[in-house]
Design a protein around this ligand. Structure first.
Ligand SMILES: [Zn+2]
Ligand SMILES: [Zn+2]
Length: 324
């Protein structure tokens, strides 16, 4: 940014006339002076809001242009920003660096993804974001939505589980994936997020969820080996499978079987309580290489740090290159 632009974007009180203007000239003693006071009639007052400085285009300031672009980005077909997106609109429009924010809206892949989600015509939700392939942009948008209060609290560990599942399912039959995905998204994650919204979520929670999915995939693989359909699973099968396992982790199948029964994919099956609480040493491994360290459950969510006094947008920054 040139020095002149810096001056235009940081209006201050003129020492001669006392108005707030970009101080584009200097007195003999070096004090900043506005244009009109030195005979230069440039007018940097916004025609729309009356603010001095930050001129953008057609006589309007960058704040007014930004507000317009935010509206264009988030408004529905009726030209109105949906109520759900109002906190996001407010935060984006209040960006402390409006020129960079305008550039972000115009050029950032994150803003393009946001625009795409808005045109989906469905309320924004963690589930909607989960349907996207895991990426930095998807994570950024989730953090932005949580940070601005548009979506409920995020838990980094939980939000990475869909990406983990995608990896786990890469070599699994489509039929298994078609069961594991809804089981994770519509049963495990939904409940976990509801709990996380009202109380502190234990750091081990995401690992526990991964284990419940892994055990479900193990059962599905076993069913294939036995040439049994899920619908034909009996209590005897379940009891035998659980007790025939190398550890007590197969008791975790109760979550999957509870979900399959609720969907009428299986009959009601009873999984006894774990005879003794499973020990959880740090070295506990889950299946298929999903070590407990694959996702750090303690990674803090950068958007939920306690900084209530700050403008929501002031710390919302994309990965690199552009601002906001
Ligand atoms: Zn002046
Ligand atoms: Zn303005």
């Amino acid at each position: 940014m040139t020095c002149y632009n810096t001056v235009l974007r940081s209006p201050a009180k003129c020492s001669r006339c006392g108005t707030v203007q970009p101080l584009i000239a200097r007195d003999a003693d070096g004090t900043g002076v506005c244009g009109p006071c030195v005979g230069f009639a440039a007018d940097y007052t916004c025609r729309q809001c009356g603010r001095a400085g930050n001129p953008h285009s057609r006589g309007r300031c960058a704040f007014c242009v930004l507000a317009e672009r935010v509206n264009l980005l988030l408004a529905g077909a009726d030209g109105v920003v949906p109520e759900q997106l109002q906190p996001l609109a407010t935060a984006l429009a209040a960006a402390p660096a409006p020129f960079q924010a305008i550039q972000w809206i115009r050029e950032s892949p994150n803003s393009r993804l946001l625009a795409r989600l808005v045109t989906e015509d469905r309320p924004l939700s963690h589930e909607l974001l989960d349907e996207l392939p895991p990426s930095r942009n998807q994570r950024y948008i989730r953090q932005l939505l949580v940070h601005t209060g548009t979506l409920g609290a995020c838990n980094e560990g939980l939000e990475r589980i869909p990406g983990w599942l995608g990896h786990e399912l890469a070599d699994k039959p489509a039929a298994h994936a078609n069961l594991a995905r809804p089981f994770l998204h519509w049963f495990l994650l939904r409940r976990a997020r509801q709990r996380a919204a009202v109380r502190r979520y234990p750091a081990s929670a995401d690992r526990d969820l991964r284990r419940r999915v892994s055990v479900a995939l193990e059962l599905l693989a076993w069913l294939d080996q036995q040439q049994l359909a899920l619908a034909d699973l009996t209590q005897e099968h379940v009891d035998g499978w659980i007790t025939g396992g190398p550890s007590q982790r197969r008791y975790l199948i109760r979550y999957f079987l509870s979900w399959t029964a609720s969907r009428r994919l299986t009959r009601k099956l009873v999984v006894p309580s774990i005879p003794q609480q499973e020990p959880r040493p740090c070295s506990t491994r889950t299946t298929a290489g999903a070590s407990s360290s694959a996702v750090s459950p303690t990674t803090p969510c950068p958007w939920t740090s306690e900084q209530p006094a700050r403008s929501p947008c002031s710390s919302v920054r994309p990965q690199s290159g552009s601002a906001i």
